[in-house]
Design a protein around this ligand. Structure first.
Ligand SMILES: C[S@@+](CC[C@H](N)C(=O)[O-])C[C@H]1O[C@@H](n2cnc3c(N)ncnc32)[C@H](O)[C@@H]1O
Length: 241
């Protein structure tokens, strides 16, 4: 995907993002609210405001960063979406002013930074923007390389009467990158939704965080704080200075 960059994912998926990814359940909003201590919160990759809008309605002073004008346009079209400050830019740079009590990146969005160098740069910039007692939260999957057969996978993600969705992915184990196309076939034609990610195991995230001056203080496998274990498929990790 020669022309793929930080904007591409959001620009392509903005029109259907909210249909594919409905609003979250209460526990995520409750945990994020608690960690914000009702101070300032910043979401990296705020997108259409799926998380930010419920936080705002809980009285949280939330702002965000996103690379995709099309995703932010969807946020702006929603009630209260106009009032959330959003910086269009690359969240690896954390291109905003001031300090935050909570910085968070959910829905595997941290892995949208496609190299270790960019991920480390992001963590270093996050550390510079946290208050002394502030928290940085990541929600991400735990890599599962069994998904791949000789470096690739093709799987049907949805089959309906008039629509089929297929995920086609290539895995680069040296770069820890997965390049995917989510292909939607309907009677009207074919749509492509590309995404490239660079995955990292929790241990690598912890090491990068330490290099950036952050230490792990909590890790759960869901938003109701179930302890993380070797069987967990995802994690919610909280770091502090
Ligand atoms: C999977 S969506 C998540 C959106 C929102 N956080 C949610 O949970 O619904 C990822 C978002 O991150 C944005 N994004 C991806 N890479 C980015 C980057 N390097 N800098 C800023 N935003 C980025 C995309 O445009 C998209 O809006």
């Amino acid at each position: 995907m020669e022309k793929y960059n930080a904007e591409t994912y959001g620009q392509r998926i903005a029109d259907i993002y909210d249909d594919w990814y409905p609003s979250p359940e209460g526990p995520s909003i409750a945990l994020l609210s608690e960690l914000s201590h009702h101070g300032r919160a910043l979401e990296l990759g705020i997108g259409t405001g799926r998380i930010a809008l419920p936080l705002k309605s809980h009285g949280i002073d939330i702002s965000g960063i996103d690379a995709s004008p099309a995703m932010v346009e969807k946020l702006r079209m929603k009630p209260e979406g106009k009032d959330i400050p959003v910086t269009i830019g690359d969240f690896s740079e954390v291109p905003v002013e001031g300090l935050f009590d909570l910085i968070f990146v959910v829905s595997n969005t941290f892995f949208a930074l496609t190299t270790q160098k960019l991920q480390l740069k992001c963590l270093e910039n996050v550390a510079r923007h946290l208050t002394k007692n502030g928290s940085f939260l990541i929600e991400a999957f735990v890599p599962d390389l069994d998904r791949f057969d000789r470096g690739q996978t093709v799987r049907a993600t949805d089959v309906r009467e008039n629509e089929v969705r297929i995920e086609i992915s290539k895995h680069d184990s040296l770069k820890q990158q997965v390049t995917s196309q989510h292909v939607v076939l309907t009677e009207k034609g074919v749509r492509f939704y590309p995404v490239t990610i660079r995955y990292a195991w929790p241990s690598e995230l912890d090491m990068m965080a330490r290099v950036a001056g952050l230490k792990l203080v909590n890790r759960w496998c869901d938003w109701v704080r179930t302890p993380f274990s070797a069987n967990s498929g995802r994690h919610i990790s909280v770091y502090e200075l």
